[in-house]
Write a protein that binds this ligand. Sequence first.
Ligand SMILES: C[S@@+](CC[C@H](N)C(=O)[O-])C[C@H]1O[C@@H](n2cnc3c(N)ncnc32)[C@H](O)[C@@H]1O
Length: 324
Amino acid sequence: MQQLTPFNKPHHVKVFLFTGILILIYSHIQSERKMDSETKFENIISKEEAAAQQEIWKFVFGFTPMVVVMCAIELGIPDILENHDTSETMQELWDCLITSITLAELASKIGCPMPTLHRIRRFLVQYKIFQEIALSETCFGYAHMPLSQLLTTHGKLSMADFVLLESSPVMLAPWHKLSARVLGKEGSAFGAAHGDDVWGYAAANPDHSKLIDHAMACDARLAVGAVIEGCPEVFRQLRTVVDVGGGDGTALRLIVAACPWISGINFDLPHVVSVAPACMGVEHIGGDMFDHVPKADVVYLMVSLFSLLEFSLFSNIQVFILIG
Ligand SMILES: C[S@@+](CC[C@H](N)C(=O)[O-])C[C@H]1O[C@@H](n2cnc3c(N)ncnc32)[C@H](O)[C@@H]1O
């Protein structure tokens, strides 16, 4: 008698084949899925890697915005624009209320070739520091943006001198000592770069000291303007005020102008006050705040928070601190 195996009946063969095909299809789908997710994963990685490869350029050329803005200030572009009168014809023709200047006009005022200026212009427009206005199909004008307004020399809220200070070689050199500072090899990064602290270096280098004073004045105009406007009551009862580390006296000049009943003492290191501009209602006194500070109804210290401990010596004086 012939033994029956699963294959010797036709319907068994069919079932077997059918199951086999199902298994094949299933494993094929599974392997497709696996490949699919692997490819997707690889794609994600490669997208991230591609993004990183783009991102890295920000760090390679991260300094560029700072130096191009510095260049614009040094060339006087914001000031030229500020003082430029758009010709009446142009004004009427284009009904353009925004003062703008063409590249040719700008190049001629600066006294530089157009092609090099064009490259700086492109960057400044791209970064929305200036805006480009189409005056015709072929002619463009360049106009102020809120950012470029802050770069004019005499603007009320100008930050131009702060940009010039921080982009100066003296202030950039300490950043090259940062890793040594982190490793504890250097006391201070500024000292490592220049062999002295910031104020000692400034005392020996009047040009740099002037740069610091002007930069600090930018900050003082912003901060003090906001305090006078935001809380004028702070000044009502005061007769005498000392600004410790007051730089060229900008902060006190603003306070005294807004509150003429106040007498101000601008207290700073001797090399700073000796060149500070005279101002009615403000007396400049030179000295070291760690030795003594003139007496007054109020002593305030803005920014220079070297050591609050030293201010325990003001224990019987009202002290308030403005952080700019
Ligand atoms: C960061 S600046 C601030 C300037 C000003 N308060 C402002 O915000 O515009 C610090 C000021 O403190 C002054 N300074 C540093 N050490 C000082 C000291 N030992 N005694 C008095 N003034 C000092 C500096 O000369 C400088 O003008």
